[in-house]
Design a binder for this molecule. Structure first.
Ligand SMILES: *[C@@H]1O[C@H](CO)[C@@H](O)[C@H](O)[C@H]1NC(C)=O
Length: 494
């Protein structure tokens, strides 16, 4: 399996002139006389419409090692970069900034040559963007690369964007520059000049003169008893090797300083945060104990909640395929392999890890609402045309491998909204959230995605008003809402 690349062919591009189209070259599959290899044949006959798919699984496996907000930032950057390459082959699509892209010339170019060029460029962009964003993915992706008869050093060549590898390099490097200032403190420099820690919290005054101050727990709210509002509290985690850590709130700034893509700052600021829940922690605790006791004896619930715990190994493949008061209690879920047991309340743990961020409202429920609504909008219906099924093979549980489930379990989704419901509900089964947190997130996040979907359609049609963001924009800060006036801080994550 070898693709024949011609490295010497192309001219180098110092910069791309806006009005001119680029003559695609670099590949000489079509010039070759003699028999074509299997991959060449497959590419030419359109049998491999998504050459990059074999890269997706090893990349996602590395990506999900990051905390959830970071996973989404990286996936957003990665997806946009691959989109940029694809847009160069499209008749009208603009880049996410709303700029006219340097398109490849389509006149006098063999259609199937262009198709293969696009497949290879998209593959190379996926690869190069992945290893740039998540360097630890390189050893996992390189074998896929060589499977296609390709050598990663091809990306070190100085061939310009007329070649698939030159274009991959160009779009990845262009994107790298535009995300340095995206408000996520990925290089840690917003907090510390030296010995900076990636994604650490910081104090900042935005270009719009609005200040963001790093997260701190309000000591006045720290007392126990019957209080109305409880700030986020760190949990103790263990690496199983004797090292214990207390969580810091993960990227508490993201909702205030992160660049918004596809929606305006005004719209975002206008979204009403749900009123802080008036939790009666005694009642809530009993509810959590009861739901997790039921889950402890229900294999379907265990598998579904593990499944939805990582959005990148659940809803993403679907898309590709179409805490507690310390008091004694009669609680029953004793942890992996233990089934339900009577235990002390302080021994109780949810089935999967509780993320280091606010409990209310549920971030998972928000993501799943946005996901289902996006797919319903894009597909034009809440009904899934081809019902999505997922089978959990016997013993495939990550928390109870070899034991759960005892037999294969298959779940089926016929409506996109069913995915939202199950995804949200499963956070309750596992004991990661109180009930109100899920319904509040579903409500708050419904409709969030409309402008993003509208804008993406505009971009595809060449309408620059659909621009997702300005790449030159300095960090803009969204005002924080004061706790106690129904708009408490930290309410955006959870
Ligand atoms: C397990 O939970 C699922 C989802 O809530 C439910 O449909 C099913 O009936 C439960 N199974 C048993 C045996 O209770």
């Amino acid at each position: 399996m070898k693709l024949s690349f011609s490295l010497a062919l192309s001219a180098s591009f110092a910069s791309l002139a806006a009005s001119e189209c680029i003559t695609p070259n670099g590949l000489h599959i079509l010039d070759q006389s003699g028999a074509r290899t299997g991959i060449e044949q497959a590419l030419l006959s359109g049998q491999l419409p998504f050459l990059f798919l074999p890269l997706a699984e090893p990349f996602i496996a590395e990506l999900v090692k990051a905390e959830t907000p970071i996973q989404f930032r990286l996936a957003q950057i990665h997806g946009s970069t691959v989109y940029h390459t694809a847009a160069k082959y499209h008749a009208t699509a603009l880049d996410i900034w709303g700029n006219d892209v340097n398109r490849y010339c389509t006149e006098h170019v063999d259609e199937s040559y262009l198709k293969v060029h696009e497949e290879v460029a998209t593959f190379l962009t996926f690869y190069y963007s992945a290893i740039t964003l998540v360097p630890s993915s390189k050893p996992k992706l390189d074998p896929v690369f060589s499977m296609f008869g390709l050598d990663p050093s091809i990306l070190e060549s100085d061939d310009g964007p007329s070649t698939p590898w030159g274009m991959a390099k160009f779009v990845v490097q262009e994107m790298a520059v535009t995300v340095v200032n995206d408000g996520w403190n990925a290089d840690g420099k917003l907090a510390n000049e030296y010995n900076a820690l990636s994604y650490s919290d910081f104090d900042y005054i935005g270009a719009n003169k609005v200040a963001y101050n790093r997260y701190s727990v309000n000591p006045n709210l720290k007392q126990t008893g019957n209080f109305k509002f409880w700030p986020w509290q760190p949990l103790v985690e263990s690496d199983g090797l004797g090292y214990f850590t207390k969580q810091e709130h993960v990227t508490p700034f993201a909702g205030f300083t992160g660049r918004l893509y596809g929606m305006s700052r005004d719209f975002y600021n206008s979204v009403t945060s749900p009123a802080p829940p008036q939790y009666d922690y005694v009642v809530e605790a009993q509810d959590v104990l009861e739901t997790t006791r039921i889950m402890a004896n229900n294999e379907t619930q265990k598998m579904v909640l593990e499944y939805f715990d990582s959005k990148f190994t659940s809803i993403l493949p679907i898309q590709i395929g179409w805490s507690i008061a310390s008091r004694q209690s009669n609680f029953d879920y004793a942890g992996p392999y233990q089934g339900s047991k009577l235990m002390k309340a302080q021994d109780w743990q949810p089935h999967v890890r509780v993320m280091p961020h606010s409990e209310f409202p549920s971030g998972s429920a928000c993501i799943c609402t946005a996901f289902s609504e996006t797919l319903a909008l894009l597909s034009g219906s809440n009904d899934i045309s081809v019902p999505v099924t997922h089978t959990f093979p016997a013993g495939s549980s990550k928390k109870e491998p070899g034991l759960t489930p005892s037999t294969d379990i298959t779940v089926e989704f016929k409506k996109w909204s069913e995915i939202t419901e199950l995804c949200g509900e499963s956070r309750l089964w596992g004991g990661m959230h109180f009930r109100e947190s899920v319904s509040a997130a579903n409500e708050m996040c419904s409709g969030f995605i409309n402008s993003v979907v509208d804008n993406s359609k505009k971009l595809k049609n060449g309408d620059a008003s659909g621009s997702f963001a300005s790449k030159d924009q300095a960090i803009e800060v969204s005002p924080k809402r004061k706790a106690g006036n129904n708009k408490g801080r930290g309410l955006r994550s959870g």
